[in-house]
Design a protein around this ligand. Sequence first.
Ligand code: ATP
Ligand code: MG
Length: 559
Amino acid sequence: MSEEPREKPSHFIRDAVVEDLQTGRFKGVVTRFPPEPNGYLHIGHAKAIALDFGLALEFGGRCHLRFDDTNPAKESQEYVDAIMCDVRWLGFDWGAHLYYASDYFQQLYDWAVQLIRAGRAYVDDLSADQVAEYRGTLTQPGKESPYRSRSVVENLDLFERMRRGEFPDGTKTLRAKIDMAAGNLNLRDPVMYRIRKTSHHRTGDAWCIYPMYDWAHGQSDSIEGVTHSLCTLEYEDHRPLYDWYLDALGIYHPRQIEFARLNLSHTVMSKRRLLTLVEEGLVSGWDDPRMPTLAGLRRRGYTPEAIRDFCERIGIAKADNLVDVALLEHCVREDLNRRALRRMAVLRPLRLVIENYPEGQVEELEAVNNPEDSLAGTRKVPFSRVLCIEQDDFRDPPPPKYFRLSPGVEVRLRYAYIVKCTGVVRDAAGAVTEVRCTYDPASRGGDARGRKVKGTIHWVSASHSVRAEVRLYDNLFSVPKPDEVEDFKSVLNRHSLEVLTGCRVEPFLAGAEPGSRYQFERQGYFCVDSLESSPSGLVLNRTVGLRDTWAKIEKAEGH
Ligand code: ATP
Ligand code: MG
C-alpha cells in the first residue's frame, strides 16, 4: 500500500489500543474484518476495513478476514468471492489469515456441550414467537421458559439429537441460562443455536443446527487470538453477552470496542435494502455504478486511494451521524485531478464548420495531458474544417453573461484557434443543426493578439473523433435520508441515469483500457466501463462532475 501523505488524526480506538499495549493487557494488535457473505461490500464496510486493517498495519500486527457464515439461507460463494476481491482492491491484505466461522462449528458445538454440562445452557421447546413473548420488554422482566429446568442429562441428549436432525426446523433451540430479569435484553437467556435444515455453502449438509451471531463471534475472535474486536454501535448492547460467553467458557478474552457506523446521504446502506434494489431490477446489479457498493464505486471510476482518503477524513467516533455524499465526491475529484489524463469529449455534439479552413487540411495540435503533472506530457489532437462542439456552447440569441458561441461572437477553441460565428443552419423545425464560423489563422494556440475573447470551448474533429456512449449518473435517491421515508423505493431518483449514445471523443481514446480514467475538459471525470461496450465500442461512466459541492458546504458550515 502506498504511503499516506496526511498525518492521521487520533481517535478513541487508537488511544485504547495504545493504552492496552502500554499496560500489557495485550502484547500486539490482532484485528479482524468479519463480513457476513450475504451481499456485496459497501462504502460503510470500507470504513470498518480501513479501521481494522489500518490499525493492524500501524501497530505491526495483523488483520484477519473472517467470513461470519452462520446463516446459510442467505449466504453464498458468489458473495465470498466478491468480498475478497473488494478488500484486495481497496489495498488491504490478510496474508494467510483467511478464516470462516464455519471452520469453528465443531469447536462451537463442543463449547456448547461444555456450557450444558456446567448447567449454563438448556434446550428449549418454545417457538420463536413464544421466546420473543417470554423475553419481556425494557420495562418488564421476562418470564422463564418451562423448559429452563431440564436436567443436564436431558439437555445433552436433546442437543445431540438436535444436531442429528431428529427435530424439525424451529421446534427447539439451545439457550444460554443467564437471567430472564436482566436489564439488558440480550442477557435474557439468548438463543445459541437454531435448527435450520439448509445446506451451507461450505459445510454442505454436515450441520442442521447453526450458531447465532453472538455465540459464534466472540468465540471465533478468541480462537484466532484477536486482541481488539471492533464493531459498530449496534453491538454495544451485545458486549455484556460477548463477555459472558468468554468468561463462562474460561477461554482467552479479546476486547470488543464499538464505533459509529457510516451513514451516507442520498443512499441506503443496509444489505437487505441493496439486495431489494438488485432483486427488483431497480439497478442493474450489485455493481451498478449508482450503488454505494465497492463494486459499483469501482465501476463508476472511484479509486481505492480516494475511498481510503474518505475513510480517514470521516474519522472514527462514538456518535452516529450522516456524511454528505459530496465529501466522497470531493475525495475522488481530488485524487483524479492529480492523476487523470485530460481529454476532449463532446457529449451532445453540434456541427461547427469553419468556412475559411481549407477542405481536406488536417493539423495536429499539441494538447496538455495533465496540467497537475508535468511528467504526463502532451499529445497531438487532429483539427480540421468540420468540428463537433457541445450544443450547450452555442446559443442564439445568447442569454445574459453568456461567453460562449453566438452569432457575431468570438470564442477560443481549446488548444486551437479563435473562431467567430458567422451564421447557423436550421432544420425545418427551426432547430440549429450546424454553426458556421471563420477562424483567425494567426491565433493558433489561443493567442488573442490584444482582443478580448472571454470564452474557451472544447471540440473534437468530426471525422477523426470516435463515437462513444456516455452514462451520466446522479444520486440514486432524491432525498438525503431515504431510510427515513416509509417506502424507500418511493424516493428513488428517476433521473439517476442518463445515457448519451451519440458522443464523440478524441481519437486518442479509441481502444482505451476498461477501467481507465480521464478528465474530459469542462465536463468531469470519466471511466471506461469494465463490463459493457456499446455497438460503437466505448462506454464511459461519469465518475463525478467538476463542480465541487463539498467546498461550498464546508464554507457554509464554517469548517
Ligand atoms: P448491513 O447492516 O448492511 O447488513 P452488517 O453489519 O450486517 O451490514 P456485516 O457483513 O455483518 O454487515 O459487516 C461486517 C463488518 O462491517 C461489521 O463489523 C460491521 O460492523 C461493519 N459495518 C457494516 N456496515 C457498516 C457501516 N455502515 N459503517 C461502518 N462499519 C460497518
Ligand atoms: Mg452483520
